[in-house]
Ligand binder design. Sequence first.
Ligand code: NAD
Length: 484
Amino acid sequence: MSHYLKHFIDGAEAEAADGGRMPLLNPVDEREYATAARGTAEDIDRAVAAAHVQLTTGEWSKLSGAQRARLLSQLADFVERDTDLLADMDANAIGRSPMEPRMMDVPNAVANLRAAAGWANQLEGRTIPTSGYMGVPTLSYTVREPIGVVGAIVPWNSPLMITCWKLAALLAAGCTVVVKPAEETPQSALHLAALCKEAGFPDGVVNVVTGYGETVGRALCEHPDVAKISFTGSPEAGRAIQRSAGPLFKRVALELGGKSPQIVFDDASFEEALRGCALGLFVNQGQVCAAGSRILVQRGIAQRFASALAEAASMVNVGNPRQPGVQMGPVAKKQQFERVNRYIQRGLEEGAELLAGGVSSPDQGWFVKPTIFANATNSMAIAREEIFGPVGTVIPFDTEEEAIALANDSEYGLAATIWTQDLTRAHRVAAKVKVGAVGVNCWSPLDANLPWGGLKSSGIGREGGLAGAQAYTEEKVVTVLLPS
Ligand code: NAD
C-alpha cells in the first residue's frame, strides 16, 4: 500500500473532512508512490480556526520576539539535521537530482530561518515628532504588530525553500499560518510542520492543508480570518488569488514568473558567461522562476556562444536522477512535459534555429531534452512567454542601448544577469533594467539578507531581509496628549 500523507492541523495529523485523497506520481516512471489528503473548505476552516486562536489568545500570542527567535533557531537546527531527508522528499516528488536541494534549497531554507530569528527581536517602531494636537504637545510612536493569520500558497519547483522563506518571516513577525503546498509536493511542508512541533512551537501556529488550488487554495484566499495571502506561483493563479482576496481587502504578496534576460557583452569572460548561462537554464530542469531563459548576446560572439551553449546542452545526461552520472531528471509533471514540448514546437514554427534538443517523445517518464534555439527574435513566443523547462533562446544584439531595450521589452521583471568585464557598463545597465534583482557576472544570487521579488507580471512585494519580516506586520501609531 502506498504512503498516505495527511494534513497537519492544530499539532496533529488529520484526514480530509470527506476522507478524499489525491495521488502523487513519480515523474521518472509515472507510478503512484503516495496519496495525500485532498483538502476541502471545511479543512481550511479548522486550520484557520487553530491559527486564529494562537494569534489572538493562545500561548504564541504572549511570546516575546526573543522567545520567537529561540524557536526559529531551534527549527533551523532541526531542518539542518534533516537536510538529506528533506532534500530527498523534494527531489523525489519532482524528479530532480537530490544533490541540488541538498546543496542549494535546504541550506538556503536554514539560512532564512536563522536570519529571521535575528529579525524577530528587531521589529522596532518609531517615535515621530509632530506639531501637537490643538495646541497641546503630543508624543507619537509606532509599534509593529503581526498582520494576522497568513495563508501561504507554495509552488512545486522548490517547495521547502519557498515555504521557509514565508514561514521564517511571518513567524518572526508573530503571525500564524496555514500552508497550502502544491498538490505535487506536500511532503516536505508536512515534515516541516512536524519539526515546528518538535522545536516547541505551540500547536496551531503552523498548519498544513494539502489539496488542489481551486478548492483549498481558493478557500484560504476567501476566508475572512486570513489577513494576508503570501503566494508564489504562476501569474494566472496570482490573478485568480488577487480576485479571491480582493473583496475582503486582504494583503497579498505575489512572487510570480519570469522571462529573465542574461545579457552577454562581447568583453565578458566567455567561459564564465557560458557556465552561468548553462546553470541558469538547466538547474532544476529549468523549472526556476529566475531561469535565465532569454540569452541576449552581442552579435560578434553570438553564433559562437550559441554553439557552445548547444554543445553544453547536448552533453547533459538526462535520465533517472537516482542513477550515477545522470545530471538532469524529468520535468515535474505531465502538463509540464506537454507545455515545454508545445513551446519547442512553437519555436520551430516561428523560425528560430534549433541547435540542440527538440521535441521529446512521450516515453515512460516526463523527460525533456535540453534545448537551445539561436537567431531568435524577442517577438517570438519562446522569448516572451515563460516555458518553465530546459529551453534557452539566444537573441543577438548590437549595442548596449539595444540590449537594455530588449531586456525591458517583456511582460516580466523578475531578474537579469549582466556578463561583462566593464564594471562601469555593468552599473549603467543594472540601473536601467526593469527587474527586482540584477546579478553582475553571477546568475541569480539568492541570500537570506537580500530582498527577492519582481515587477510587472513577476509580482508584488518582496521576501527576504528585514523588509521581508516587516511585510508581515502592520505599523500602528499611538498618539498621547501631553498637557503641561
Ligand atoms: P501554480 O500557480 O500553478 O501553483 C502554485 C500554487 O498555487 C499551488 O499550490 C496551487 O495549488 C495554487 N493555486 C493554483 N490555483 C489557485 C487558485 N485559484 N487559488 C489559490 N491557489 C491556487 O504554479 P506552479 O506551476 O506550481 O509553479 C510554477 C510557477 O511559479 C512559475 O510561473 C514560476 O515562475 C513561479 N515561481 C515564482 C517564484 C518567485 O520567487 N517569483 C519562485 C518559484 C516559482
